[in-house]
Design a protein around this ligand. Structure first.
Ligand code: FES
Length: 153
């Protein structure tokens, strides 16, 4: 990661240690994950222990310490989506993208994640791509959605 970007984010909050959470949120929003060197830079700039930065980064589920792709695809595996075929969708994406759920393609373009019920069960099976909900998804519809981000098998 370009550390100048981290510097700009920290400067936006006047280098205040009290702003650690929004700083990490901004880095996560920009990069889709929290690279180690970015966390070190934040600790140095805020003059707080690296353990404190890691403590915050590991406490919130929204933060990722593993690289995540430019595009995040989340398949709901809650009960309603599960019985309507969500596992097949996960298998299809795993096959097409050559990654397992929880992994990111080597080009850092695409991450596949699963989640348990996002509260839109009537739309199941449900796939969320970059924050957009796609309900009643079939294998063919999934192909179209992934084509939209330039990902085909
Ligand atoms: S089970 Fe998928 S939204 Fe509820």
């Amino acid at each position: 990661m370009d550390l100048a970007k981290v510097d700009r984010i920290v400067d936006k909050y006047q280098g205040s240690p009290a702003a650690l959470l929004p700083i990490l949120q901004d880095i996560q929003a920009q990069e889709n994950w929290l690279p180690r060197e970015a966390l070190q830079r934040v600790a140095d700039k805020l003059q707080v222990p690296l353990t404190r930065v890691y403590g915050m980064a590991t406490f919130f589920r929204a933060f990722s310490l593993k690289p995540r792709g430019k595009h995040i695809c989340t398949v709901c595996m809650g009960t309603a989506c599960h019985v309507r075929g969500a596992p097949k969708l996960v298998e299809k994406i795993e096959r097409d993208m050559k990654i397992r759920a929880g992994e990111t393609t080597p080009d850092l373009e695409f991450t596949l994640e699963t989640v348990n019920c996002v509260g839109a069960c009537a739309l199941g099976p449900l796939v969320i791509l970059d924050g957009t909900y796609h309900g009643n998804i079939t294998s063919a519809k999934l192909d179209k959605v992934l084509k939209g981000i330039g990902r085909t098998k």
